[in-house]
Design a protein around this ligand. Structure first.
Ligand code: CTP
Ligand code: MG
Length: 335
């Protein structure tokens, strides 16, 4: 594989940028859609506090981390003290309440790995998944959003990478490929590695934000408005960054030994994490450390079949970026 590694990028690489940026622009959700989402969450919160006065609803995931494309479902977290009541009981109760308020397709999936209530709001047409007390997801949502504010190229790159992954069928965790969250972490890590760096490592800087959730200490520098010029010394275009991103995952990543870690801003060895062998269902064939739950490998869903699919897709994308006359079309062709 390493022999295929290319030393020189096509000479017209920067001229590909406008076509990718127009795809990015077409994916951005409108202000109107954002406002609708906010209204929906406020009206849901009103219903919830009638039953549980101290409960709170948080938006998380792509509708809140700034990596959401238009018309996506929204992810909501219900934060609530359980005192004795089980999760399934609370979720079943929640589903009853929502059902009686004319929300549609209300379903309590209490046996799922992450139990949720699903619903569709007939007024806005927005679908929504409500989980319970998953506050680490709320905190990692803020971390991603803060990173996105430092350099606009992160959001552009991640939108395009997510769009590619969805078009090519490699954004399906139930089939052994990676979550959107994992792809965004890969983009952040990649921009931390550019020289000069395009993103800093917020968790290595002096902490200005500090919370402890489920016994995990989450600390990082969150005054990102002070970092607006951080990436300015690097003027790589989106065309070039995409080329480099796919080239990296196709031909240069050390799958056998390396773990990518945005927490440290670099790489950790699999040996150091004890991620060298299969334990239970965790195979660690591509290793992406969660920034807060450091024992979580976001690549743990990948198995010996899907790793092949994934790597072939990275190679296809890298080759298109290098040789195709029209990468901004070919890259996203359905599989
Ligand atoms: N999440 C997590 N750990 C995972 C997967 C997801 O903490 N292993 C949390 C993250 O906060 C993430 C959210 O769940 O932002 C939603 O995950 P996902 O559906 O992968 O990402 P979205 O950003 O919502 O992407 P999409 O636009 O595809 O819905
Ligand atoms: Mg989502």
């Amino acid at each position: 594989r390493n022999q295929k590694r290319r030393l020189e990028c096509r000479p017209d690489i920067d001229s590909l940028t406008p076509s990718f940026l127009s795809i990015y622009n077409s994916l951005i959700p409108s202000e109107e859609e954002k406002a609708k989402q906010k209204r929906l969450i406020l009206s849901l919160e009103k219903l919830v506090v009638k039953e549980w006065p101290d409960a709170k609803l948080y938006l998380y995931g792509s509708c809140a981390n700034s990596f959401g494309v238009s018309n996506c479902d929204i992810d909501v977290c219900l934060a609530i003290e359980c005192d004795g009541t089980s999760k399934p009981e609370i979720l079943t109760k929640l589903a009853d309440i929502l059902q009686s308020e004319n929300l549609q397709n209300v379903q309590a999936l209490t046996h799922a790995r992450v139990p949720i209530v699903k619903l569709m709001d007939p007024v806005t047409g927005i679908s929504c998944d409500i989980c319970m007390n998953n506050l680490l997801a709320v905190v990692n949502t803020k971390l991603l959003k803060d990173y996105a504010q430092i350099d606009g190229r992160l959001r552009q790159l991640a939108f395009i990478v997510k769009h590619w992954a969805k078009s090519r069928g490699v954004n399906e965790t139930y089939r052994g490929t990676l979550s959107s969250y994992a792809y965004v972490l890969m983009c952040i890590h990649f921009l931390q590695q550019r020289r000069p760096a395009i993103l800093p490592c917020l968790q290595e800087m002096e902490a200005t934000y500090e919370v402890t959730v489920d016994e995990v200490e989450c600390l990082y520098f969150d005054q990102v408005e002070k970092l607006k010029n951080f990436g300015a010394r690097n003027n790589e275009s989106i065309g070039r960054l995409l080329w480099e991103f796919f080239d990296y995952w196709a031909y240069r990543h050390d799958y056998a030994n390396a773990v990518i870690s945005i927490r440290t801003g670099g790489f950790i060895s699999k040996r150091e994490k004890d991620w060298t062998r299969r334990i239970g269902n965790d195979r660690h064939l591509i290793c992406i450390e969660d920034p807060f739950e450091v024992s979580h490998d976001l690549g743990r869903v990948v198995d010996k079949y899907s790793i092949k699919v994934l790597r072939e897709e990275f190679e296809r994308a890298a080759d298109i970026m290098q040789y195709d006359p029209n990468p901004s079309v070919t890259l996203f062709e359905p599989y």
